[in-house]
Design a protein around this ligand. Structure first.
Ligand code: ATP
Length: 774
């Protein structure tokens, strides 16, 4: 049992063990499955990695092949480069070899050069030593010469210190010479016939070298047909612009010395005023008129003086039209109404009479030419727009000069007025009305005012009527005082312009006579003049006798021949002025006239001019006495004529006074004469009268007042009462018949001249009464 028990225990153990073994087996079988599965997955993995590896291997082999090809190419390239480099190295070796050879050669050359220069240096050293010795010697000479120069320089310094004093003295002397020549000068210039006018008859018979001028009245034969005038200078038609300027030049210099100068051109339309003042064109220098030449001169002189005086130049270019407006041509927008412009009442402290807004600084002639071109262009435009106004307006170019003396800081101020006056023709003959009449009146007024100012200055009158017109106001600074005045009297030689020519010449003669009557020259001048008159008269008598003898000897020739002989005799006369100076012969004529009024009327142009001659001869004192004398008479006569004219039979004094009180301009229109003769007579006589009216109040009224009564201006002849007889009012009709032919020709001529601008029309009598002094 025990054994069985043991066996049983052993059997249980055996069974236990078997159970464990079974479990192990199961586990091992599971492990085996697991491992089998693992092995199969590892197989699959191995297979895939084998594929991948195979792929990589193929890829790497391809890359290897590519690299191999590339490296083979590279090797080839490198082999090429190597061969090239080898070639280059060989070349460089060859080049450096040759360079070396060259450098060696050059080194040899330098060696030679240095050797030779070394030799020269030795030579230079030797010569520098000799030069040093030379310099020492020269230095000694210099010192000697320097002391000599110092001595000379001292003299120069003294001279330089005196330079300013000498310059000042020179200026003074120069201007004294100018003063001696007279502060008012009159140059007469005769225009040549224009192309196509060569067939025309001329009124100019003789031009003397000393300013004598003989004009012929084509309608009067014999002696009465000739008139003699004397001016400072007469320029023949052929005289060039340069020659005309040569006689004007000295005045330009005065402007730079601080003087005021006024140069104006007077004459009828188309007589060459613009030609003389501006020239026909600016393009050619030889045609330049006074304006351009004057400015050119100003700049040239100012340049030559620039080391001692610094000059500044400014120009103004204005136009006065109808006494109301002026246009600044350089600045066409500047268009002022003079009536509202207070500045016109007096000259400004800076010497400007017009607002300095219109002033333009200029630095050279080219500058001026440019400005004047603009000005002329603007004027041309204005002229078209305003119906060719240029002939009926005064064009004024004013040059202001300011100089600073660099040594003393003194300031010099000079002013040059260059004036192209309005046409001076007798507008009254053209029967103008409306605007034209107004223009005529204004031109008359301003030209008369200009004459009044000149005469007032000549008479040294305490009152100079500058304010009577805008023209004289603008020119105020350059008229009177130290100012110098030059008038160009422009003549048209055409016979048709004879009447205008005579009027112009009479005006000019009176202006020129002004200077002759000046205090300083008068004393010496008159004695000489009287003697010259006597000589001239004697020569005249001899010539007459010769003529008579000639006539008795040879058969009587034609009228023309006779006339020629008269004129030729006259040419040979020593003093052509004899006739106009009014010696004993003139008195005789005057006497005849008063006793035979009908004969006198036959040539009233000459009558009044003879008076004018006498007037200039009698001197300023006499003139002033005459003036006072006549003025009283004018008043009486004027009143009488107003009365006669209106035929009212009332108290003339009160009527006239009342009328004057109403409107000063009314007289101008109302006092008229229908008779053409009286019209001409009035203008002629105005020559002799208006100049005396310098101390009037200057209105148009007063101008007309003194213009209308010609006879009263006749100087007293033997008996002082005679001039008071208004012998020319009224004039017998018979006289008109006697002078009919000459009058016709005169009357025809005037409208012709005017028609070149614009044919005027209208009421004669109205214009007539505004007769201006010519
Ligand atoms: N000395 C001269 N030589 C040649 N031609 C001249 C001379 N003077 C004037 N003329 C010519 O005569 C003509 C009229 O001259 P200009 O225009 O100067 O006269 P004006 O008096 O100024 O006239 P206006 O009063 O109309 O201005 C112009 O054709 C001008 O070229």
């Amino acid at each position: 049992m025990k054994k069985l028990q043991q066996i049983k225990i052993e059997k249980a153990k055996m069974e236990e063990k078997e159970k464990l073994q079974e479990q192990d087996l199961i586990r091992l079988m599971e492990d085996n499955d697991h491992y089998k599965r693992q092995i199969s997955s590892l197989d699959a993995e191995l297979e895939s990695s084998k594929h991948a590896h195979e792929k990589d291997r193929l890829k790497l082999e391809a890359q290897l092949e590519q690299i191999r090809v590339e490296s083979e190419n590279k090797i080839l390239e490198l082999q090429c480069l190597l061969s090239e480099s080898t070639k280059k190295v060989q070349e460089l070796e060859a080049f450096s070899e040759s360079k070396l050879v060259k450098l060696k050669r050059r080194e040899l050359g330098y060696k030679h050069f240095i050797d030779s220069h070394f030799g020269s240096l030795q030579e230079l050293r030797i010569s520098s030593e000799s030069i040093r010795q030379e310099v020492m010697r020269t230095k000694e000479i210099y010192v000697e010469e320097l002391s000599h120069f110092g001595f000379n320089l001292k003299g120069l310094v003294d001279a330089a210190q005196n330079y300013h004093t000498v310059l000042e003295e020179n200026r003074k002397l120069y201007n004294e010479v100018q003063d001696l020549k007279g502060n008012i000068r009159v140059y007469c210039r005769i225009r040549p016939f224009l192309p196509g006018q060569s067939q025309k008859l001329t009124t100019i018979e003789y031009i003397g070298e000393n300013g004598e001028l003989v004009v012929t009245n084509p309608s009067k034969l014999g002696k009465d047909g000739h008139r003699l005038f004397k001016f400072n200078k007469v320029f023949a038609p052929a005289v060039t612009q340069e020659e005309v300027f040569r006689d004007t030049q000295p005045l330009i210099r005065s402007v730079l010395d601080g003087y005021n100068v006024c140069i104006f051109a007077y004459g009828q339309t188309g007589s060459g005023k613009t030609y003389t003042m501006s020239g026909p064109s600016m393009s050619s220098v030889e045609n330049w008129g006074v304006n351009y030449r004057a400015l050119n001169d100003l700049f040239n002189i100012s340049q030559s003086r620039k080391s001692s005086i610094a000059y500044e130049v400014g120009v103004q270019m204005v136009e006065i039209y109808n006494e109301q407006k002026y246009v600044c041509h350089i600045f066409p927008d500047v268009f002022f109404n003079l009536r509202t412009l207070g500045i016109w009442s007096t000259t400004q402290p800076n010497g400007l009479a017009v607002p300095d807004a219109s002033m333009h600084p200029v630095k050279s002639t080219a500058n001026v030419l440019e400005l004047m071109n603009i000005g002329l262009m603007n004027r041309a435009v204005g002229a078209t727009a305003l119906n060719e106004r240029s002939s009926r307006s005064h064009s004024i170019l004013t040059v202001h000069v300011r100089g600073i003396d660099l040594e003393t800081n003194d300031i010099l101020r000079g002013c040059l007025h260059l004036v192209d006056l309005a046409g001076s023709e007798r507008v009254d003959r053209s029967e103008a009305t409306g605007d034209r009449l107004r223009e005529a009146q204004h031109i008359n007024k301003s030209l008369s005012a200009l004459g009044d100012v000149i005469f007032a200055l000549a008479q040294k009158s305490s009152h100079v009527p500058y304010r009577n017109s805008k023209l004289t106001q603008v020119l105020q600074s350059s008229l009177g005082g130290q100012a110098k005045t030059l008038m160009f009297v422009q003549l048209n030689p055409d016979v048709e312009s004879f009447s205008e020519t005579i009027s112009t010449l009479k005006f000019a003669e009176r202006v020129s006579g002004v200077e002759l009557g000046a205090a300083r020259n008068n004393k010496e001048g008159r004695g000489v003049k009287e003697l010259m008159d006597q000589v001239a008269n004697l020569k005249d008598t001899i010539a007459k006798k010769d003529e008579e003898i000639g006539r008795l000897r040879v058969p009587k020739t034609s009228g023309n021949g006779e006339r020629r002989s008269v004129s030729s005799t006259r040419h040979s006369s020593a003093s052509p002025r004899r006739q106009s100076l009014g010696g004993p012969r003139a008195n005789q004529i005057s006497g005849e006239r008063s006793s035979k009024p009908t004969q006198k009327a036959a040539s009233d142009v000459d009558n009044s001019s003879e008076y004018s001659d006498r007037q200039s001869d009698t001197g300023s004192q006499q003139s002033m006495d005459d003036f006072r004398h006549h003025r009283d008479f004018f008043r009486q006569s004027r009143l009488a004529v107003v009365d006669a004219d209106l035929n009212l039979g009332e108290d003339t004094d009160s009527r006239a006074t009342a009328r004057r009180g109403q409107n000063p301009n009314e007289d101008v229109v109302l006092i008229g004469f229908d008779d053409a003769e009286s019209e001409e007579r009035l203008s002629d006589i105005s020559d002799g009268v208006l100049s005396m009216g310098t101390e009037t109040d200057g209105s148009i009224n007063s101008i007309v007042e003194y213009t209308l009564f010609p006879e009263t201006t006749k100087p007293p002849s033997e008996t002082p009462e005679k001039p008071f007889i208004p012998a020319k009012l009224p004039r017998p009709t018979q006289k008109t018949v006697q002078t009919g032919s000459s009058r016709m020709s005169l009357k025809k001529s005037t409208p012709k001249v005017l028609s070149s601008k614009k044919p005027p029309s209208g009421n004669t009598s109205a214009v007539r009464s505004s007769k201006r002094w010519q």
